[in-house]
Write a protein that binds this ligand. Structure first.
Ligand SMILES: *[C@@H]1O[C@H](CO)[C@@H](O)[C@H](O)[C@H]1NC(C)=O
Ligand SMILES: *[C@@H]1O[C@H](CO)[C@@H](O)[C@H](O)[C@H]1NC(C)=O
Ligand SMILES: *[C@@H]1O[C@H](CO)[C@@H](O)[C@H](O)[C@H]1NC(C)=O
Ligand SMILES: *[C@@H]1O[C@H](CO)[C@@H](O)[C@H](O)[C@H]1NC(C)=O
Ligand SMILES: *[C@@H]1O[C@H](CO)[C@@H](O)[C@H](O)[C@H]1NC(C)=O
Ligand SMILES: *[C@@H]1O[C@H](CO)[C@@H](O)[C@H](O)[C@H]1NC(C)=O
Ligand SMILES: *[C@@H]1O[C@H](CO)[C@@H](O)[C@H](O)[C@H]1NC(C)=O
Ligand SMILES: *[C@@H]1O[C@H](CO)[C@@H](O)[C@H](O)[C@H]1NC(C)=O
Length: 434
């Protein structure tokens, strides 16, 4: 692995050089208008950048300070594949009529305990409605040979505290819900040839634990074509702007980020009012009443800043999915194409597609003044359901149990965790915000 410490000087020169070239690239960017929607016809400054995903991947490969190189980004599953996968997790069945319990060991600490969002015992998975629940979860490190799976939280994984003996039938599972951008907390280089399965938010994990996804409840396509869209937009009956008195809000507790989200909001605040709640802001809404706060936001504000702490493929958290579920319009900062894939067309605003925050602000002001335009962003509400609860995340554990009972699954080894986690997570640093 590339040793940052040793090559610090070289690194700094390289980064400066890349940033220098990058400025010229920015100037050269051309913008096109997305005219598939009536709104764009009325307001040509909703400029969609010409940057399609291929170009973004290529471009970021040069500017990326966090991961070195991104040449082989994972193939994003389509939204249909995503909810079908979750539906599959819900429908898994045991082939064995009298199964023995499989044993799962939670090896190290994850957020203050070893419960991994599930808890211990023979009832842990049954309690959470897992279709295959015949697994016992434990934290007892004795009798290691009796375990079928050992789950490791990657953030606290260390080579100095690992099981002494390992049986070939056992599955070592890498568990992590944070993005790959926090590289300083996680050294993957000693993890080569160690793990059999992965359990993360990424959709190419063996056990996918998504922060959320969008499920169709009717026949409406998630990405309607132009004529279909016209139909849907004109069918909107509810006024989602009703009673709202304020522009935009953001709830944030962690002021650190790798996505320049603080800079983005600061820049936007020069043009419109953005109320910031929580640790990095001036307003307060109790964290233990999350749903009440979301409800309050959706009643009062037109827009919600759904900004992630890092920019990595598939890393879209409840910051987006929860607010999408409410009657408020999420503003994202998406430099990957994952939002376009997972969410219905015209259900959010992507700040990265505007030339600068002034343009974004102008566009928000336009929507604020015209309820018809604002309401068009909610066309999809009667046709889709947003899933984002803990239950959906717990499904990855259900799937682990089912997989342990599945005798036909082949041997699998993650030969290069650095490639899989750091490289293929496709984390990028934000372009400059203006
Ligand atoms: C995306 O970018 C690539 C590389 O510049 C280009 O060849 C391709 O035509 C673009 N695709 C779309 C849909 O714009
Ligand atoms: C076992 O896994 C295979 C491969 O994913 C799958 O096709 C099969 O349906 C699974 N069997 C059971 C009983 O779930
Ligand atoms: C762990 O397992 C061993 C052997 O089964 C048992 O003696 C011990 O009491 C267990 N420890 C805990 C904390 O449950
Ligand atoms: C849009 O999709 C519908 C249904 O699939 C189809 O009948 C129609 O021809 C399509 N329209 C355009 C403009 O592609
Ligand atoms: C709002 O936008 C709609 C759709 O573009 C347009 O028909 C209407 O005239 C606008 N209303 C106002 C008050 O500008
Ligand atoms: C998932 O697991 C967590 C942690 O044990 C629990 O608090 C939560 O209620 C579960 N979710 C559901 C709805 O199954
Ligand atoms: C799990 O990984 C280990 C280490 O690479 C390997 O020896 C073993 O065969 C794998 N087991 C399964 C069941 O995949
Ligand atoms: C990242 O992926 C590319 C393409 O697969 C590969 O050439 C490169 O060596 C990988 N980098 C690391 C750090 O594994």
């Amino acid at each position: 692995m590339f040793d940052i410490q040793r090559h610090k000087a070289t690194c700094m020169i390289l980064i400066s050089a890349v940033l220098f070239v990058w400025q010229f690239y920015l100037v050269k960017q051309s913008y096109i208008i997305d005219n598939t929607l009536s709104v764009a016809e009325k307001f040509p400054t909703e400029a969609q950048t010409h940057l399609n995903s291929t170009e973004i991947k290529g471009k970021k490969a040069n500017t990326n300070e966090m991961v070195g190189s991104i040449a082989n980004p994972i193939a994003l599953k389509t939204n249909q594949e995503r909810y079908e996968l979750m539906a599959k997790y819900e429908q898994e069945r045991l082939s064995d009529v009298a199964p023995t319990f499989k044993r799962i060991l939670f090896w190290n600490e994850a957020y203050g305990n070893k419960e991994y969002g599930i808890g211990f015992g023979r009832d842990a998975l049954r309690k959470w409605d897992c279709p295959v629940w015949q697994c016992e979860t434990l934290e007892n490190r004795t009798d290691m040979q009796d375990y079928d799976a050992v789950v490791f939280h990657l953030r606290t994984w260390t080579r100095y505290d690992l099981p002494q003996r390992r049986s070939p039938h056992q599955r070592y599972v890498a568990w992590l819900m944070e993005s790959a951008a926090w590289r300083e907390y996680l050294d993957t280089s000693p993890m080569a040839n160690y793990f059999n399965w992965t359990m993360t938010y990424r959709w190419d994990s063996d056990m996918v634990g998504p922060y959320g996804y969008v499920k169709p409840i009717g026949n409406a396509p998630i990405h309607p074509n132009k004529s279909q869209m016209k139909e849907y937009l004109s069918n909107s009956k509810v006024n989602y702007a009703d009673g709202k008195t304020k522009m935009a809000t953001w709830f944030v507790s962690n002021c650190k980020s790798k996505s320049k989200r603080n800079e983005l909001v600061k820049e936007l605040q020069k043009h419109i009012n953005v109320d910031v709640y929580g640790g990095c802001g001036t307003m307060n809404c109790p964290r233990n009443k999350e749903d009440n706060c979301r409800e309050m936001a959706a009643k009062t504000y037109k827009f919600y800043m759904s900004l992630e702490n890092s920019l990595c493929q598939d890393y879209i958290t409840e910051k987006f999915f929860a607010m999408l579920d409410y009657r408020i319009l999420p503003i994202v900062y998406g430099v990957h194409d994952h939002y376009d894939k997972i969410a219905p067309s015209h259900s959010f605003i992507n700040a990265a597609k505007f030339e600068n925050m002034k343009q974004l602000a102008d566009y928000l002001i336009l929507l604020d003044k015209n309820d018809t335009l604002y309401n068009e962003y909610f066309w999809w509400k009667p046709h889709f359901e947003v899933r984002y609860t803990q239950k959906d995340k717990n499904k990855s554990m259900c799937h682990l149990c089912a997989a342990l009972h599945n005798t036909t699954l082949p041997t699998k080894i993650y030969r290069d965790m650095t490639d899989w986690w750091e490289n293929q997570s496709n984390c990028v640093s934000s372009p400059p915000i203006s």
